[in-house]
Design a protein. Structure first.
Length: 327
């Protein structure tokens, strides 16, 4: 995955990977938006992501998470990238976002794109493209990313807290949060599959191990043997250690996450919650047996998510630096 041969194979074959759904012109976005104004934009982003993954394959998961956390707060406008200012906390400093990573990849891609086409390509589009490319480089699907997003100028930590789903969320809460963003229970099930890559801090799930109902108990939906393994990795009170969300598959985008969920080995309570609704439960079992269906549905769901609340046309701006609004 991190070899030079894999890197070169990706660059040569990326354009040949079948598009998983038909491109549409939603909310002003379109395929090939930068074809005339910055024709190498998508190639530059792809090469940047590939160079980082070649050194560390685990960076793909943070890029996917950045896109998700961006889109669920104010829409896909790059607001998750903005720095806090004096007296104002931005999204990246909200509690749910303190473990976000991958900002250096986005900044590097932005600098390279700016060198080629100053003031043309938005940070929001770079985030969307980088998420897609990171997944493809971790043996996952590719999909058509429509571009044309512009960057927002507002970023609020309180809005991040209010809009991001919790890793401890139950199914009704999760479905309601997704519905507010125009996403279905089916989208919830398939996008949860992103947990097949990446790591998590112990404090994101330790309540399931030590104090599930406030009585020092374990979440009964968690397989006992898996719970013992997690306790050995995350001692009581551990806030800093990390574990693989899908052990043995943390850098390979596949369906093993769904197998684990069906066996009571989903890391988060929100993973286990998928079994508490017929629609999401049925999809957990379907995806367990069909990588092709999962990949196809994942591409479609990512396309829908990438259209949430986008700024196009004259709205927003094209930031020169992703962490700062233009003067």
């Amino acid at each position: 995955m991190t070899s030079k041969s894999s890197f070169l194979t990706f660059l040569v074959c990326a354009a040949l990977i079948p598009v998983l759904f038909e491109a549409t012109d939603a909310q002003g976005l379109r395929s090939g938006f930068y074809k005339k104004t910055c024709p190498k934009a998508e190639t530059i982003v792809r090469q940047t992501v590939a160079s980082f993954v070649a050194k560390d394959a685990t960076v793909a998961a943070p890029l996917l998470r950045l896109h998700f956390h961006d889109c669920f707060v104010r829409g896909c406008d790059g607001s998750v990238l903005l720095n806090s200012t004096k007296g104002h906390l931005a999204e990246k400093d909200a509690m749910p976002n303190l473990s976000l990573d991958g900002f250096d990849v986005i900044d590097t891609a932005k600098a390279a794109v700016e060198a080629a086409c100053p003031g043309v390509v938005s940070c929001a589009d770079i985030v969307a493209l980088a998420a897609r490319d990171g997944v493809a480089l971790n043996n996952g699907p590719s999909w058509q990313v429509e571009t044309g997003r512009r960057d927002g100028r507002v970023s609020s930590a309180s809005e991040a807290v209010a809009n991001l789903p919790s890793s401890f969320g139950e199914i009704a809460e999760l479905k309601a949060i997704f519905a507010r963003k125009g996403l279905s229970a089916e989208d919830l099930a398939v996008l949860s599959g992103s947990h097949t890559i990446g790591n998590a801090h112990c404090n994101a799930f330790s309540k399931r191990l030590y104090n599930f109902t406030g009585k020092g108990d374990r979440d009964p939906s968690l397989a006992p043997a898996y719970a013992r393994t997690l306790r050995s990795q995350c001692p009581r009170g551990d806030e800093t250690s990390i574990v693989e969300m899908d052990p043995g598959s943390a850098v390979s985008f596949d369906t093993s996450y769904y197998t684990r969920v069906s066996n009571g080995k989903g890391l988060f309570r929100s993973d286990a919650a998928l079994l508490h609704d017929k629609v999401t439960r049925d999809l957990v079992y379907q995806y367990t047996g069909s990588a092709s269906k999962f990949f196809r549905d994942f591409g479609v769901a990512m396309g829908k998510m990438g259209n949430i609340g986008v700024l196009t046309g004259a709205r927003g701006e094209i930031r020169r630096h992703c962490a700062l609004v233009n003067a």
